[in-house]
Design a binder for this molecule. Structure first.
Ligand code: TXA
Ligand code: MG
Length: 318
């Protein structure tokens, strides 16, 4: 593989990225949640390349990204509930798991009878998918198990030389991955994420929680993921070498030479989500293997997604 190219989010850059995808190559691109590692979702070889580039140990199913509801309806069956969710929240940070009609590579669905679909709001992502004219399979553009990328520099730090190009369009506004709903007998929250559960429940009522049996490939709740190199302690009251704070807290006890990063000095969960993955990377760089601590984060709104990702970052490593 040649050196990874950095493309601009302008018309020529997007056209070049679409050409690379059509050729079966891998291109990382911005979405409003995190940067995705894209491949033509209908090309088996290209999709297989995603797993190789990320070093994913097994073929987890991937999200197929679309640029319109019409494109989504060619890939999956939408019932009235799925249509209502799509009409209310698409484009945006919501992924729907629906019965597949088999138009995407079986590597995208891991041979499940369902497919995960997302219509991202980010204009560059939408333009890229529309230019390809086919769904784009994309996990987060990071090596397997590592922190998801919210900037092009994060993508290059993990995947440079392993992918054809990255479209650099600055920092992601939401900063945590999409909320995933399974539209099964019951509408089931498979992953908390960038769309608050409260907003979804206002439309469709209380969400079910996953049953183990319906979730062969769901993101494991205790799986180590988003993992920095340094050990992490959550809900910390005593700061470690590097402390990730939240809200207008002070650390009068902080010894000299230690660092505090504050996810949101004004205690705004949306701002905290946007900063989360960048700060995990920063903390890891500054800690050099020494302990990282994180302040308690309120478990509401985007705080649920933040706490989910922090729990995985702190989970026992394989
Ligand atoms: O915000 C996002 O969702 C980002 C951006 C790039 O769109 N993508 C992302 O993809 O987070 P990834 O691969 O890191 O996470 C996709 C999750 C996986 O945990 C997978 O288990 C789940 O979606 N998934 C995919 N298809 C599924 C299916 N048919 N049934 C259940 N879970 C599925
Ligand atoms: Mg990921």
């Amino acid at each position: 593989m040649n050196a990874t190219r950095t493309l601009r989010p302008d018309a020529p850059g997007i056209a070049e990225a679409a050409r690379l995808l059509a050729e079966g190559q891998l291109v990382a691109f911005p979405t409003e949640t995190v940067y995705g590692l894209g491949a033509d979702a209908t090309n088996d070889l290209a999709v297989a390349g995603i797993f190789a580039a990320k070093g994913r140990p097994r073929f987890n199913p991937l999200i197929a990204h679309v640029s319109s509801l019409e494109m989504a309806e060619e890939i999956a069956r939408f019932d009235a509930r799925a249509l209502a969710l799509a009409r209310e929240f698409w484009p945006g940070p919501l992924t729907l798991v629906l019965p597949t009609v088999g138009r995407v590579s079986p590597l995208v669905t891991a041979d499940l009878p369902t497919v995960a679909l997302r219509f991202p709001a980010h204009p560059t992502a939408r333009a890229l998918i529309a230019a390809l004219g086919r769904p784009v399979a994309a996990p987060s553009a990071n090596p397997s198990g590592k922190v998801s990328p919210t900037r092009a520099a994060h993508v290059l730090a993990g995947l440079s030389g392993r992918i054809a190009a990255v479209i650099d369009d600055g920092a992601c506004a939401v900063g945590v991955e999409s909320t995933i709903l399974g539209v099964f007998e019951e509408i089931t929250l498979l992953r908390p994420g960038g769309l608050a559960v409260e907003a979804i429940e206002a439309l469709v009522g209380p969400l079910a929680r996953p049953k183990k049996t319906t979730l062969p490939n769901a993101p494991g709740q205790l799986e180590s993921h988003y993992a920095p190199e340094a050990p992490i302690t959550l809900n910390a009251t005593t700061p470690g070498a590097v402390h990730i704070g939240f809200g207008p807290e002070t650390r009068p006890d902080m010894p000299p030479g230690e660092v505090t990063l504050n996810l949101s000095p004004r205690a705004d969960l949306t701002e905290a989500a946007a900063n989360l993955f960048h700060f995990l990377r920063e903390a890891d760089r500054l800690a050099q293997g020494r302990p990282i601590t994180v302040a308690p984060i309120p478990d509401q709104g985007l705080g649920r997604a933040i706490n989910d990702r922090l729990a995985r970052a702190a989970a026992p490593r394989p």
